[in-house]
Design a protein around this ligand. Sequence first.
Ligand SMILES: [Zn+2]
Length: 169
Amino acid sequence: MNKNKLNTTLPDEIKEMVIDTEESTDTITWKDGRRIVELFSLAKALNNCQNCTAQLNLLNVEKEKMQGFGSYLAIRCLNCNMLNNILTNKTHYGTKGPAIFDINTKAAIGMIEAGIGPRQLNKFVTALGIPGATAKTLKKREREIQKPLSEIAKTSCVNAIQEEIEKTR
Ligand SMILES: [Zn+2]
């Protein structure tokens, strides 16, 4: 089966989720498809309203902002009416810029380990009903891990050379 044929046989709601590398995910609502979620992070965030400490209900999500494979969810507290901004995944900080979802860095590591690029990764995840990440996001995260990877490569090269020297002594 060729690629186009497969694509035309997909149901419309899935086709809409097949995000090409530079397309935006603005048309997808939080009720569509699947997400990669750290359950414990989400459970903890839902446990307390940031204003009145009442428990939040996931059904009260009013807006989702996706950042690669992580999401910011705006959830209304029914007790005090405050709109809480909660995260579906843990974050970390790079040398500059805003918080980075760990999952996006992990996706870049996964791409390298599987020997695939953003296009293949997005084809795989969108087949699962998970909205893809933009090539830009994935490339940025690739650059984030490039330095540590080259350091690992250097170390393992040095180790291999040292082993070689040991053997030929
Ligand atoms: Zn509240």
